[in-house]
Design a protein around this ligand. Structure first.
Ligand SMILES: *[C@@H]1O[C@H](CO)[C@@H](O)[C@H](O)[C@H]1NC(C)=O
Ligand SMILES: *[C@@H]1O[C@H](CO)[C@@H](O)[C@H](O)[C@H]1NC(C)=O
Ligand SMILES: *[C@@H]1O[C@H](CO)[C@@H](O)[C@H](O)[C@H]1NC(C)=O
Ligand SMILES: *[C@@H]1O[C@H](CO)[C@@H](O)[C@H](O)[C@H]1NC(C)=O
Ligand SMILES: *[C@@H]1O[C@H](CO)[C@@H](O)[C@H](O)[C@H]1NC(C)=O
Ligand SMILES: *[C@@H]1O[C@H](CO)[C@@H](O)[C@H](O)[C@H]1NC(C)=O
Ligand SMILES: *[C@@H]1O[C@H](CO)[C@@H](O)[C@H](O)[C@H]1NC(C)=O
Ligand SMILES: *[C@@H]1O[C@H](CO)[C@@H](O)[C@H](O)[C@H]1NC(C)=O
Length: 371
């Protein structure tokens, strides 16, 4: 029964009912039927001669079909690699969904194409999407017994690398009714450049810049020693993340900087090892304070420094010939007792540490404090 006939019938029933001076429909005329009006109706028609006739109507009110839309789980896809899941949804009662590719209905092939129908939606899954898959254009139609409605054509950008044989200059976008294709050049020649001059902590500034030879970079990220790099009071990122500036450099800026570059068809990375010269920081001396006659003594002076510091040693205030971080006495004699002073020096930063002293006593076996 179509809606027009249904409305006419209901009007007629209402009219008869009123003629007889009694309500036959519980809520008055059903001129704007709603889903909730669905149900079984019965009517008793009493003719002039007193005959009673009973009629029954099963009333099923369908919601009209509306809001048929296709949504994609991806806004951009990569040819061959992306699985695109299209969901068609609509409003209405007792819906059935069909998908069309141009004028051809889409049928699941059980491999690349799968279809799943549910009560209010239908899902089309395209694995390893191809440029040619979506040019149809792809539309979805939702229908019930009353009517049907078709969605707008589905749009998606599918990126694909340049076809073989074509030059990199093929970058372009081809609009088409249902889908646009972006040729995404692969990223090549990724390179990070940084300062070439000698860098001194507290004095120098560094600009690191990450460039590519070809390709449009969609995402850039920066790492230092494998960890994400973040901005701070000394480090600022360029708005497009193509470079960073550190001013002034400090010793903690030493390390390997990496930039990672991504576009839908490639990813690339480049790195730069930053050497920030600093120090020497305050020196320390470790080693024995008291040794037995004839034993070996090793005094070690250390001070954090880039490049590693050079050292000088004084004994009882007199410069010695020792220039290494270790002062070694193979067989201690009494005259080795005294005060050892170490200084660390970095010719690159021009800095010298404060002198640090260590006292050594060489004793006979019986006089050792430990025995
Ligand atoms: C749509 O039709 C085109 C051309 O016939 C075909 O190459 C493509 O695979 C079809 N797409 C789907 C999703 O069926
Ligand atoms: C697809 O793109 C066309 C042109 O840009 C637009 O008119 C149409 O509404 C889009 N369709 C959908 C489903 O987004
Ligand atoms: C770093 O880049 C900024 C901005 O481009 C520039 O002003 C500055 O001079 C550069 N510094 C160095 C050390 O190259
Ligand atoms: C596409 O998939 C292939 C095979 O899994 C992989 O080698 C390639 O790197 C992928 N390309 C992109 C752009 O993700
Ligand atoms: C070094 O100084 C210490 C302490 O003042 C003294 O005992 C020792 O004899 C001195 N040694 C030499 C070789 O001057
Ligand atoms: C250590 O001394 C050597 C030789 O004089 C010099 O070449 C080097 O630059 C010095 N290193 C430092 C950190 O001062
Ligand atoms: C640090 O910068 C100051 C001022 O520009 C300069 O005088 C000094 O020589 C620099 N120090 C080093 C170690 O380069
Ligand atoms: C041991 O100590 C005593 C008393 O301090 C001193 O007279 C003696 O010379 C010392 N002997 C040695 C071997 O150092």
């Amino acid at each position: 029964m179509d809606l027009f006939r249904l409305k006419s019938l209901l009007f007629l029933l209402f009219f008869i009912g009123r003629c007889r001076g009694q309500d036959i429909l519980p809520e008055g005329p059903l001129d704007a039927v709603k889903t909730k009006d669905s149900g079984d109706y019965s009517i008793n028609v009493i003719s002039a001669d007193g005959d009673t006739k009973t009629a029954e109507i099963k009333l099923r009110v369908l919601e009209p079909v509306s809001d048929v839309v296709i949504k994609s789980d991806l806004t951009e896809a990569i040819e061959h690699n992306s699985t695109v899941v299209l969901t068609c949804s609509a409003k209405g009662s007792l819906l059935t969904f069909t998908w069309t590719n141009g004028t051809t209905p889409i049928v699941a092939d059980g491999k690349r194409l799968t279809l799943k129908n549910e009560q209010m939606s239908s899902t089309l899954t395209i694995a390893g999407v191809l440029r040619s898959d979506l040019v149809g254009p792809i539309c979805c139609t939702a229908a019930n017994k009353l009517e049907k409605e078709k969605s707008a054509p589905f749009n998606l950008t599918v990126y694909y690398g340049p076809d073989e044989g074509q030059h990199a200059k093929t970058k372009r976008t081809i609009p088409s009714p249902g889908v646009s294709f972006g040729v995404m050049e692969p990223i090549t020649g990724a390179k990070m450049t940084g300062p070439v001059a000698t860098l001194i902590a507290g004095n120098s500034t560094a600009n690191l810049s990450c460039q590519v030879m070809t390709g449009t970079v969609k995402t850039r990220s920066w790492l230092k020693d494998g960890k994400p790099l973040s901005a701070n009071s000394r480090l600022v990122f360029a708005d497009d993340l193509s470079s960073i500036m550190i001013n002034p450099l400090q010793k903690e800026d030493n390390g390997v900087y990496q930039c990672q570059l991504i576009n839908p068809v490639t990813s690339a990375e480049a790195s730069y090892k930053m050497v920030v010269n600093y120090g020497p920081e305050p020196a320390t001396v470790t080693g024995e304070s008291e040794v037995e006659l004839d034993t070996k003594v090793t005094l070690t002076c250390s001070a954090a420094s880039v490049p590693p510091a050079n050292f000088t040693w004084k004994f009882n205030g007199t410069m010695t010939a020792v220039k290494t971080s270790q002062y070694i006495i193979d067989k201690a004699v009494y005259s080795n007792s005294g005060t050892y002073t170490c200084e660390a020096h970095n010719a690159v930063t021009g800095k010298t540490s404060k002198p640090v002293t260590h006292t050594l006593a060489v004793k006979g076996k019986r006089n050792l404090t430990s025995s």
